[in-house]
Design a protein. Structure first.
Length: 139
C-alpha cells in the first residue's frame, strides 16, 4: 500500500471565503501514484472547513447568508469564547456546521465524484496562513 502526504497553505485575505481545491487534490493523487484508494482532505485549523458541494456562485452566497444567520459574527460579545480576547467565536461554530474533512474514493487514478461534486476550503476567520492536509492511501 502506498501513502502520500501533502499540505496546502491557504491565506484568505478576507474574514470568510470559499476556495475550490479540487485541482490541487487531484494533483496530489497524481503525485502519489495511487490508482485505487482513498483521498482524505482536512482543514488543520479549528476555524476553517473542507467540504464537498457544487461550484456555483449563488450557492456560495447562500452559504454566506445562511451561516451568518446561524452564527452571526457580531455582536462579538455574544460568544463566551470571545471573552478570552478572541473575536472568532462565530468561526468555530461555522466550521462545526460545514465540517472538518472529506474522504473521496480514487478510481483509476482519479477522484471518483458524483455529478457536480467539487472539494472546497471554507475560511471563517481569515487573514493568516492556514494549512489543509491531503493524505492519499491505496495501491
Amino acid at each position: 500500500m502506498k501513502s502520500h502526504r501533502k499540505e496546502l497553505v491557504m491565506k484568505i485575505p478576507s474574514r470568510r471565503g470559499f476556495v475550490n481545491i479540487t485541482h490541487e487534490v487531484q494533483n496530489a493523487v497524481a503525485e502519489s501514484g495511487v490508482k485505487e484508494g482513498l483521498a482524505l482532505c482536512n482543514a488543520m485549523h479549528i476555524t476553517a472547513s473542507v467540504f464537498i458541494n457544487d461550484d456555483e456562485g449563488g450557492l456560495h452566497q447562500d452559504y454566506e447568508k445562511w451561516l451568518e444567520k446561524l452564527a452571526p459574527h457580531e455582536p462579538v460579545s455574544s460568544y463566551m469564547h470571545n471573552r478570552t480576547g478572541e473575536d472568532n467565536g462565530d468561526a468555530h461554530l461555522k466550521r462545526q456546521v460545514m465540517g472538518r474533512e472529506v474522504v473521496v474514493a480514487i478510481t483509476n487514478g482519479k477522484l471518483d465524484f458524483g455529478p457536480w461534486e467539487q472539494i472546497f476550503y471554507g475560511e471563517f476567520d481569515g487573514g493568516r496562513p492556514k494549512r489543509v492536509l491531503i493524505k492519499i492511501i491505496g495501491d
